[in-house]
Design a protein around this ligand. Structure first.
Ligand SMILES: C[S@@+](CC[C@H](N)C(=O)[O-])C[C@H]1O[C@@H](n2cnc3c(N)ncnc32)[C@H](O)[C@@H]1O
Length: 197
């Protein structure tokens, strides 16, 4: 029988030995994010970025559909003595409550239908950090990540999905240097703020 998506992610996380480092773009643009407050790492995987946010002083929740990833994250948080609320959940608009977040962080996950709920779930003045796979502007560049357009943004699309927000930073399908870690080809990043009242 074919492996389900959840089974595939569980296998990937079982096979991942080294715990990942936080996203270099998150460290680079930390100053554009709120100083502290409530944060959500959505589709967090092993949650290295959520842990970083918790260690930065955010009251952090980390959600993912993979039970293996969530169990490993909880164990890593306990090993580091870091407080983080983990939730194993198939994310959909119904997974959100009326609680708001000062920072919603998403990396390498795309569900276009979630954008209105994500934006509603930002507190006034709250910030969205969203980075995921996107078409490149340069046909010669081999982009990393999925080929399926369901999981890959088109040019300028992230900007359109965040239209109600005030853009602080937008880099589309970028590759500036040759370092794939700090300048990955075929990813877009937006940091955008919900206007304060
Ligand atoms: C490419 S990984 C990215 C993980 C992490 N954000 C990172 O950058 O390392 C995509 C993650 O999305 C999760 N995922 C996919 N669909 C999901 C859904 N509907 N609800 C919650 N998590 C989901 C998978 O379990 C997987 O951990």
């Amino acid at each position: 029988m074919a492996e389900t998506k959840a089974e595939r992610w569980n296998r990937v996380y079982r096979e991942t030995t080294a715990y990942p480092q936080p996203n270099p773009q998150l460290l680079r643009y930390r100053a554009l994010l709120p100083a502290a407050g409530r944060a959500l790492d959505l589709a967090c995987g092993l949650g290295a970025d959520g842990l970083y946010l918790a260690e930065q002083g955010f009251e952090t929740e980390a959600w993912d559909a993979s039970s293996v990833a969530i169990a490993r994250l909880a164990a890593e948080a306990s090993r580091r003595n870091t407080l983080i609320t983990t939730r194993c959940v198939q994310v959909s608009p119904a997974a959100f409550t009326s609680e708001t977040f000062d920072l919603i962080y998403v990396r390498r996950f795309l569900d276009r239908a979630l954008f209105p709920t994500i934006i509603t779930s930002l507190a006034l003045g709250g910030v969205l950090f969203y980075e995921t796979f996107a078409d490149t502007h340069n046909k010669d560049v081999v982009a990393s990540g999925p080929k399926n357009p369901d999981y890959r943004l088109s040019v300028n699309e992230l900007l359109q999905l965040c239209e109600p927000l005030v853009v602080r930073l937008f880099i589309d399908g970028f590759q500036i240097g040759s370092d794939q870690d700090t300048q990955p080809a075929g990813q877009s990043l937006i940091i955008a703020q919900k206007p304060p009242a």
